[in-house]
Design a protein around this ligand. Structure first.
Ligand code: ADP
Length: 161
């Protein structure tokens, strides 16, 4: 059985993330989506909220589970027996970052490989940070995030009760 780990901040989960998770779930026997507790960026949602939103967003993916973590990602991969780490790629700048990170991770554990899936065209410009910016200004989000995430964003910015 080949397990894959899909780690990220997911602040919040977008349809771009769900698309990657769904496609990865078709390639591997099991995927673990791991929400990183303390990424080096300012967060809008708590870890618990990010995990809950992700759980709802991928409830239809039968071989996916969602957890949170606060260790080195490679340590988590080892702990859960995942041989593969999944990442998503949009534009060129994603590549530079993911390339560096995958080389670093391979240094830390040569047995664990990174598999990058290209974004689907409709999600090429979808990022959690752009979504938050648009949400703040009251933009329509349903095309880019699941309904429950759009609602959570509206509540966060005081645009809905
Ligand atoms: P990070 O883990 O770097 O904090 P995110 O949580 O936003 O970043 O994303 C987790 C992973 O999903 C990253 O590999 C990122 O490149 C990828 N990703 C984010 N948005 C999309 C998208 N719209 N399409 C494909 N992959 C994406």
């Amino acid at each position: 059985m080949t397990s894959a780990l899909y780690p990220g901040s997911f602040d919040p989960v977008t349809k771009g993330h769900v698309d990657i998770a769904q496609r990865a779930a078709g390639l591997f026997d099991k995927i673990t989506i791991a929400v990183y507790d303390a990424p080096p960026k300012q967060l809008l949602f708590t870890t618990e909220q990010r995990v809950d939103m992700m759980k709802k967003a991928v409830a239809h993916i039968k071989n996916a589970e969602v957890i949170s973590y606060s260790t080195l990602t490679i340590e988590l991969a080892r702990k859960i027996g995942a041989k593969v780490m999944i990442r998503g790629l949009r534009m060129g700048s994603d590549f530079d970052y993911e390339f560096e990170m995958s080389l670093m991770n391979r240094k830390l554990d040569p047995e664990i490989d990174t598999v990058c899936l290209m974004t689907s065209q409709e999600y090429e410009f979808v990022s959690s940070s752009l979504i938050k910016e648009a949400a703040k200004l009251g933009g329509a989000l349903n095309e880019f995030v699941p309904e429950h995430v759009a609602y959570a964003l509206r509540v966060k910015y005081g645009l809905d009760k």
